[in-house]
Design a protein around this ligand. Structure first.
Ligand code: TNX
Length: 511
């Protein structure tokens, strides 16, 4: 009897608690998500974040790190403290993250936000990670009720292209492990999942190779304009790989060959056909250097580099460069690329290379990164290879926005936000359609970029447009609508502390 009374009292009390929770109206369909999710359906109500400060997870091993990630973001965005609990079933009144093998495949997720709880379901951890990114973009402070809320409704989402990437040139100017980690954080916020590091070029060699120590002793000491060089030790590089993996990002290392190799040619005399070490180089010309393609020591060098690199690379690809080898004879170039390709395969890695490598004996396991010549992309496809889309006129983040931009170059084009946004990978080259395309990558060459703030200024907000092109279905790709969404989304760019370009094409909200 006493127990029954207690039960009634407890039930009555919780009913009272629930009923005094106000309904705060909100519109999920007007949240400025980037990239735009596949489907968003608004219910008009909202979930109040301070309601129950618990994150429930269905699987401790797999989801604990993700719940921790969400917890720390929620705390930094709202100041609220969350507790993580492993449950066998969602209670329906908390934030719940659950894995379900019957749901969407690979990177998809489903979100349901009701007045009383948030339920996120995905097949894999990666999907949950992307669902969390979407959830974070939807958190709003309601000024009228003075509450942190998430607008209610359902979201169904998954990627259009499997590969959505950024390339950072750390050879022309070096960027520290910390800088790279900060870039990784921002990439993750926009569901980008591959970071290609351009680790060597004429101006500098940036990765420790234990069997060829002079590459870093000599070759890493310079950068463009005589600026400070630098390199990653293998331990530091592994730390980048680990941090990236935690954010569902794969690191793709590039050693550019046989051109763009002056730093190596300055470090080791024997890599030159005339056995004379080159001087270190700090200018920005391209196309003057080449490894000696008919010397065996060259292939010993390449094999040692690829072997050591493969050991610290978790992803499937090694990028072998191959662009602008203007002083390598065509036959020598093809012979060289074929051998380097065999070496890469020997260490169980797949080959990625700039579009010129289409002329070598490539096949369906290779990826050709289109940047300039359409015929190279078509040739690659005819050999069965996949194409990664980085059209320089659209995707190059080192291209100036307009003639007044103080950083960057403009040899390919000036790329304002509309131009960066208005293209579709599968409509760029006749004969290269969705099935032949692996995805989209936006390269930042750094001849003129020397620090993190400049890096962000050239990347943002063009990169978020590229992220949307790679992720969202074409029905959501509309410049007029995007323009307004980006204006509204700028609050999130501010929240992430990004130094972005305030293009005159956008009606930015007045602070
Ligand atoms: C061309 S794009 C290059 C780079 C330069 C870049 C500058 C490509 C494959 N090669 O070596 O840094 O232009 O925009």
């Amino acid at each position: 009897m006493k127990n029954l009374l207690l039960l009634i009292a407890v039930a009555g009390f919780s009913l009272f608690m629930t009923s005094c929770n106000k309904t705060i109206p909100a519109d999920l369909s007007s949240v400025a998500f980037i990239p735009h999710p596949v489907k968003v359906q608004a219910s008009g109500v909202s979930f109040q974040l301070e309601r129950n400060n618990v994150i429930e997870i269905s699987d401790a091993d797999k989801l604990k790190p993700l719940a921790e990630f969400l917890k720390s973001k929620l705390n930094s965005f709202t100041g609220l403290e969350y507790e993580i609990k492993v449950v066998t079933m969602a209670s329906g009144k908390n934030i719940y993250l659950g894995l379900d093998s019957n749901t969407l495949n690979n990177d998809g997720y489903q979100l349901e936000i009701t007045k009383v709880g948030v339920t996120m379901i995905a097949k894999e951890e990666q999907g949950i990670f992307y669902g969390i990114q979407t959830l974070l973009q939807s958190i709003t402070f309601n000024d009228e009720y003075l509450e942190w809320i998430i607008p209610g409704g359902t979201i169904l989402d998954y990627s259009k292209y499997a590969y959505r990437g950024v390339m950072l040139d750390v050879a022309r100017h070096f960027f520290s492990v910390d800088d790279v980690k900060q870039l990784i954080d921002l990439m993750a916020a926009y569901k980008l999942n591959n970071l290609h590091l351009h680790l060597s070029d004429d101006q500098g060699w940036r990765i420790e190779i234990k069997s060829w120590p002079k590459l870093t002793e000599i070759g890493s000491t310079t950068a463009v304009n005589g600026d400070k060089g630098g390199y990653y030790t293998q331990e530091q590089y592994k730390e980048i790989v680990r941090y990236a993996k935690e954010h569902f990002i794969t690191i793709i290392p590039e050693i550019d060959m046989p051109g763009h190799t002056n730093a190596a040619l300055a470090s080791y005399a024997e890599l030159n056909c005339d056995n004379k070490a080159r001087d270190l180089y700090t200018g920005i010309e391209v196309g003057f250097s080449t490894l000696c393609t008919n010397k065996e020591v060259t292939y010993q060098f390449v094999e040692d580099v690829i072997r050591e690199l493969a050991e610290i690379t978790e992803g499937p690809y090694i990028h072998i460069g191959g662009d602008e080898s203007l002083v390598t004879e065509k036959d020598d170039y093809i012979y060289f690329m074929n051998r380097v390709r065999e070496i890469t395969k020997k260490y169980d890695k797949k080959v990625m290379g700039w579009d010129e490598i289409a002329h070598a004996d490539i096949d369906k396991n290779d990826v050709v990164q289109y940047w300039s010549v359409d015929e190279n992309a078509t040739l690659a496809v005819s050999k069965g290879a996949k194409v990664l889309m980085s059209p320089s006129k659209k995707a190059y983040l080192d291209m100036q926005y307009d003639s007044t931009t103080h950083l960057g170059l403009h040899w390919a084009a000036y790329i304002e936000l509309d131009s960066a946004y208005m293209w579709k990978p599968e409509e760029m080259i006749e004969g290269v359609g969705k099935d032949q395309i692996l995805g989209v990558e936006s390269p930042l060459w750094t001849e003129t970029i020397t620090n993190l703030s400049e890096m962000q200024y050239m990347m943002f907000p063009r990169l978020v447009g590229h992220a949307e092109i790679g992720w969202s279905p074409n029905e959501h790709l509309n410049w007029e609508e995007y323009k307004m969404r980006l204006a509204k989304h700028s609050a999130y760019l501010e929240k992430l502390n990004i130094n972005y370009y305030k293009s005159p094409q956008i009606d930015w909200p007045i602070e």
